[in-house]
Design a protein around this ligand. Structure first.
Ligand SMILES: Cc1ncc(C[n+]2csc(CCOP(=O)(O)OP(=O)(O)O)c2C)c(N)n1
Length: 392
């Protein structure tokens, strides 16, 4: 084909390209749900309000302080050589606590590689998390019982698992409904799968396929896209020409951006999205706008790819400082409560340090035990070979 045939050139567009329908939509202000501003002042949102009274918010502050302590201890343990690696969650506490605070008893969480706080709050023993980062375990806890599924080190892969799981839960609920003859609703609430992925993950094929499936089957899935601005050293601007939450609409999924450093806003928006999923209205994508305050993992040096000005600019948006400032302003937090919390986090720090010593050191044979639910001939041959080699 010669260039003069210029397939795809719209009739009459020559000389007018860039006008009217051929022009990109004008950039608009990106609306973000926020209920408490960085200085701790309550602000109004046209669609969302806090869902819990202030006296219950103190519990959220406490959870944020505890998971921050867990994280800083873990980072220090890595520096001492007691963990091989750690992926810090510093700065992302409000997202993890806000989402966790509204999960129902039948909801399942599919984490990425930084949701240690959610795992801890859902009851995953710290030594099991440490086992992964010490290289001593595969993270094969009973995900079904815990409702906190396995860490996904393959970026984005778990979003497909989450959607498949949601479709399964929806199918079970339909079957249960059909079986019932008394016309009553089942005793337990239908479950929702809540999946965390990063801004970088949104560029993965798996994540886009997950969105397509979720939209096509109206799966009860809530996608929490943790936009911490960086995928290791790739800034979010290089990955998407539009705000991330707007991508969702192209798949037919409502998208909404929330201030990820505002625990009340995260709680309110997640509760709304869970409710949509539970009542058969399908998936939602929540873009939680935040910043990774620390390194990507303890193996990298963020000063090599981002400016000190940028990182400092986020210091004043700290989720913990903001929540305590607001709680103080409404008389739900004072120095005595803070002193108690400081004491509790200190004691908790000691528990975290003790947990790393409880990580069992697996024997070589055990490595073969937990590859599949059952064993195979090939695995048995490999086990015998490996054990034979060390015995020689
Ligand atoms: C499929 C795949 N590609 C690349 C990597 C290497 N990798 C590990 S973390 C990461 C960046 C992830 O960024 P993001 O999704 O924004 O999450 P964040 O680490 O910021 O929480 C990459 C590229 C991987 N683990 N899996």
């Amino acid at each position: 084909m010669t260039s003069s045939m210029s397939m795809g050139q719209p009739v009459g567009a020559s000389g007018t390209a860039g006008r009217g329908r051929f022009e990109a939509p004008a950039a608009s202000v990106t609306p973000m749900v926020q209920l408490v501003d960085p200085s701790g002042v309550r602000v109004d949102d046209p669609d969302f309000a806090p869902i819990a009274p202030p006296d219950q918010t103190a519990a959220l502050l406490r959870d944020m302080a505890l998971i921050r302590r867990f994280d800083t201890e873990a980072t220090a343990l890595q520096r001492k050589g007691q963990l091989g690696l750690w992926a810090p969650l510093l700065g992302q506490e409000a997202i993890q606590v806000g989402v966790h605070s509204v999960l129902g008893g039948t909801d399942h969480v599919f984490p990425s590689h930084r949701e240690h706080g959610v795992g801890m709050l859902m009851g995953l023993p710290i030594e099991r998390m440490f086992g992964i980062f010490k290289g001593c375990e595969m993270g094969d806890w009973d995900a079904e019982a815990l409702r906190f599924h396995h860490y996904s080190m393959v970026i984005g892969a778990h979003t497909l698992h989450a959607v498949g799981y949601a479709m399964g839960m929806a199918a079970d609920a339909r079957r249960e409904d059909a079986r019932r003859t008394d016309g009553q609703r089942p005793s337990s609430e239908p479950g929702v799968s809540v999946v965390f992925h990063g801004d970088g993950a949104i560029s993965e094929g798996d994540v886009n396929e997950a969105y397509i499936f979720a939209a096509a089957y109206q799966a009860p899935t809530v996608f929490i896209c943790v936009n911490n601005q960086w995928a290791i050293s790739e800034p979010v601007e290089r990955q998407s020409r539009v705000p991330l939450y707007q991508r969702a609409w192209g798949f037919g999924i409502p998208g909404i951006r929330v201030d990820g450093n505002d625990v009340l806003a995260v709680q309110a928006v997640t509760s709304w999205a869970l409710d949509r999923a539970r009542t058969g209205q399908g998936p939602t994508l929540i873009e939680a706008f935040t910043y990774r305050m620390g390194a990507h993992t303890t193996s990298d040096d963020p000063t090599k790819y981002r400016s000190a000005d940028e990182s400092e600019g986020w210091q004043h948006r700290d989720p913990i400082a903001r929540t305590s400032a607001w709680l103080r302003s409404v008389g739900e937090w004072d120095d005595a409560q803070q002193a108690q919390l400081d004491q509790d986090t200190e004691a908790f720090g000691a528990e975290v340090r003790a947990a790393v010593d409880r990580v069992p050191d697996p024997s070589l044979g055990q490595v073969f035990d937990r590859v599949y639910a059952g064993t195979t001939d090939l695995l048995e041959r490999e086990r015998a070979e490996a054990l034979g080699r060390v015995a020689r």
